[in-house]
Design a protein around this ligand. Sequence first.
Ligand code: ZN
Length: 64
Amino acid sequence: MMKVTLDLTCSVCGHQQFHLPVNSQQGSNVRCANCSAFKCKILDLEKALSAVNRLSARGQPAAA
Ligand SMILES: [Zn+2]
């Protein structure tokens, strides 16, 4: 899992840092880094992944 700050807010505690799965073996759930609540999936995950792609866009092509 990788910890990132997103433009999302945990619905439980309001935290904005989340753990993202970095491969399919880790599933597709985004978890709050603070309270470990599962954020909902697809829509938020798309935002999350686009944020990750922005972070990783330097020097390497985004593997979208
Ligand atoms: Zn939380």
